[in-house]
Design a protein around this ligand. Structure first.
Ligand code: ATP
Ligand code: MG
Length: 390
């Protein structure tokens, strides 16, 4: 008898070859995230994944927390595993429910059984009826309620038998590593970490780029972005964070271009540099936290002008969301508290007092002519620092 975690995934959406790739990647990701906790085996059988460890010190609670952040998992259950022998099942049932009633004030239950192994002498309804009666006889405080029970006691008879009552929702989505790679423009704000999480949820591996304006933004602002990348990385199976020194470029734009075009030209430089870094790392697109109309620089016109700076697709997963919807996700994925720490980001320092809300592409291209684009970008890329976050 041992402790096991049962992992379910939504394989009904998968067909043919995709299914194998999905399953293998999911198993690798689970192994990667759990092996620092101790010796662990991850196996698959009948479209279920089983996580087992005979390691005495294995931290099961932490394992559950980590599993909840792995994309591609529909739900998880801590289960008790016994041999598929009815006496052994009954004995373990008593032990499990006894433990549960010491913890929770449950009054009603029902049994749900699934017999996957046709050699087992009782069929599913027979297991429900017989085991239900057995539980009633042994725990006089419990009653059966088939419609709205306090807990459901699940019994799955396969090669081994699995007993459980808890179903914990997973992160859903697709396993990281099945969807190519994208480069996220990660600031210290609320939006971009959420945008990165949403793209990552679709199985996409994330690389991040942060534009740092030292000394106009302090190293604490940079630490905050590193912290955000660390939180995101728990969902993303690791992130490479590229920290680009951006001050020289900002000073040059500030000096040479009309003030109302400062923000938009700066944004175009961010995109160009991000694309350079993305190309080097094999990324297939850029991701930002922009949403239409959220601030003066996020109009349709601005987005047209920023997109024009690059040839790669720019993904904006928050494009149609309200701030409150973004905040809800940020809280759920644990980035919110870090995002609202009050360290200034570069955009609050080099802000135009009256930025154009409808920038014109022709004017932008005209104003940018005075800048040594190639030189500025080469230098920024060359001085970029890469932090590998696991
Ligand atoms: P966020 O909350 O993500 O900072 P925001 O609402 O503050 O977004 P902007 O400042 O207009 O919006 O930035 C729009 C997007 O540009 C950000 O979501 C992010 O993807 C990118 N961005 C802005 N500043 C930086 C930066 N210093 N480094 C990297 N990306 C940035
Ligand atoms: Mg911001």
């Amino acid at each position: 008898m041992e402790k096991v975690i049962l992992v379910r995934y939504e394989e009904i959406f998968l067909k043919g070859l995709n299914k194998k790739i999905f399953e293998n990647q999911l198993m690798r990701n689970i192994k990667d995230r759990l092996s620092p906790l101790g010796k662990v085996t991850v196996t698959r059988s009948q479209s279920r994944i089983y996580v087992e460890s005979s390691d005495q010190g294995f931290d099961w609670d932490e394992a559950i927390i980590r599993l909840q952040k792995i994309f591609g998992i529909a739900s998880i259950s801590p289960v008790e595993k016994v041999e598929s022998d009815y006496d052994a099942i009954k004995a373990k049932t008593l032990e499990t429910i006894d433990k549960m009633l010491k913890k929770y004030q449950y009054k009603t239950f029902k049994v749900e059984a699934k017999r996957g192994d046709k050699k087992f002498p009782l069929n599913s309804p027979q297991i429900c009826a017989d085991l239900g009666g057995y539980i009633l006889a042994n725990f006089p405080s419990l009653k059966v309620n088939v419609h709205n029970p306090d807990f459901i006691f699940y019994v799955e008879v396969r090669e081994s038998t699995y007993l459980y009552s808890e179903i914990i929702p997973g992160a859903k989505g697709l396993p990281t590593g099945t969807g190519g790679k994208a480069t996220l423009l990660l600031s210290g704000g609320i939006d971009s970490p959420v945008a990165g999480w949403m793209i990552a949820k679709r199985g996409v591996t994330i690389d991040a780029v942060y534009f740092h304006s030292y000394p106009y933004t302090s190293d604490r602002a940079k630490d905050k972005v590193v912290k955000l990348a660390e939180i995101l990385s728990r969902y993303c199976m690791g992130i490479n964070l590229h920290i680009v020194p951006f001050t020289d470029i900002q000073l040059k734009i500030n000096e040479k271009c009309p003030h109302e075009y400062l923000t938009i030209i700066m944004r175009r430089y961010m995109m160009k540099i991000a694309q350079r870094i993305a190309e080097k790392s094999g990324s297939l697109g850029l991701v930002t936290g922009e949403s239409i109309g959220q601030v003066a620089s996020q109009t349709m016109e601005s987005m047209l002008v920023t997109n024009h700076a690059v040839s790669m697709p720019v993904y904006r997963p928050l494009v149609g969301m309200d701030k409150n919807e973004v905040i809800d996700i940020a809280k759920r994925i644990d980035t919110y508290d870090t995002s609202i720490l009050p360290y200034e980001d570069c955009c609050t320092i080099f802000v135009a007092r009256h930025p154009v809300t409808r920038p014109s592409l022709e004017k932008c291209l005209e104003y940018e002519k005075v800048l040594d684009e190639q030189g500025l970008i080469d230098e920024a890329v060359e001085k970029t620092e890469v932090v590998k976050i696991l």
